[in-house]
Design a protein around this ligand. Structure first.
Ligand code: ADP
Ligand code: MG
Length: 330
């Protein structure tokens, strides 16, 4: 039965599900947490907020919200090549609801356990549904992957497949790509899983520390995100749209033009896009086989500025929409 616990009962429901780590000197319960930062490591910190109706559809299951709130943050650590260690959670909810909270914590803790990240504190308030997570990770000094560092002559790579999350939104009538008239339920479920439960590429990010020259996670759309690498690295990036990887589900549900738009500009995929010297290609392909993750070569880094996309015939290609910007003029 749903109960309406007070703030301290809510915090207790969260506290008893937390991953235990030896480096947490003091976790949830005091005014602040105390952590043993490993000697000789740099701390890497990131924060991302999910607002109801903006970052997830209003009917998203609470367990999926919990998973995704942590996943998008772990994805930022992955993009830096950092190893996750600790996180904090600021949770704003319209009402105290123990069933909702328990389901939320189910999704959050499932992913936290997979990456051994300990929730060490947070804040619980009443307000419109909003979830803000801060993650802390560690990396060998000077080794974190950045957006700057891409060199002329590097290849551009991306992990996994692109466009599924945006495709799932399109099926719900959200975004600029029209949904096909009919879609098989299994296909719709596969696409929805990518939107609701993104898999942060943490192990890949760690492995890339030894080979990538720059890295970013694909959250706003590939072309928009790779533009950040081009700007920070002061280079031009050329993307072959026909080389962008697509899932079988995406191929089966959308015709070529719509599929390309979803892959090139759809957000929420949380794959890693990185650059690496052309000479490292064989090593990266071996890494992909070992990690059982698809890594596709999708473009090149050249002298100049900005991002240009081409199709397989070498014709310039422009998307209908270039990526998500919360404050863009509409
Ligand atoms: P304070 O008033 O000192 O900020 P709170 O009552 O907000 O303390 O929180 C009590 C303890 O519970 C603190 O250790 C805080 O970090 C933790 N906490 C509160 N909300 C959350 C949450 N949503 N997730 C994890 N820890 C939380
Ligand atoms: Mg507080």
């Amino acid at each position: 039965m749903t109960s309406r616990p007070g703030e301290f009962d809510l915090i207790e429901r969260i506290r008893r599900r937390v991953v235990a780590r030896g480096d947490v000197v003091l976790g949830i319960g005091d005014d602040a947490a105390i952590l043993d930062v490993p000697a000789g490591r740099q701390l890497v910190v990131a924060m991302d907020t999910l607002n109801a109706g903006v970052h997830f559809p209003l009917d998203t299951r609470p367990a999926d919200i919990g998973w995704k709130a942590l996943a998008v943050n772990l994805s930022d650590l992955a993009a830096m090549g950092a190893e996750p260690a600790w996180c904090t959670l600021s949770l704003s909810m319209p009402e105290s609801n123990s069933d909702w909270l328990d389901a939320f914590v189910d999704g959050f803790s499932e992913l936290a356990a997979m990456h051994r990240i300990a929730l060490v504190g947070g804040d619980t308030t009443r307000g419109p549904l909003s979830v803000c997570v801060t993650v802390h990770g560690v990396v060998e000094p000077g080794r974190a992957l950045r957006r700057e560092g891409a060199h002329v002559g590097d290849d551009v790579w991306v992990s996994g497949t692109l466009g599924d999350a945006a495709a799932s939104l399109a099926l719900r009538g959200i975004g600029s790509v029209a949904a096909p008239p009919t879609v098989d339920d299994r296909v719709a479920d596969a696409l929805a899983a990518r939107l609701d439960r993104p898999v942060p590429r943490v192990q890949l990010g760690r492995a890339l520390v030894d080979v990538a020259t720059s890295c970013i996670d694909v959250s706003d759309g590939l072309l928009a995100d790779i533009a950040h690498i081009a700007r920070a690295s002061e280079v031009a990036v050329h993307i072959d749209v026909d080389a962008l990887p697509a899932s079988d589900a995406l191929h089966s549900a959308f015709e070529d033009d719509a599929r390309r738009s979803l892959q090139a500009s759809g957000g929420d995929d949380y794959e890693l896009c990185f650059t690496a010297p052309a000479a490292a290609a064989a090593r990266i392909e071996a890494m992909a086989r070992d990690a059982r993750i698809a890594l596709s070569r999708i473009g090149t880094v050249d002298a100049g500025a900005g991002v240009t996309a081409f199709d397989a015939d070498g014709r310039p290609w422009t998307p209908a929409r270039s990526g998500f910007d919360h404050f863009a003029a509409r």
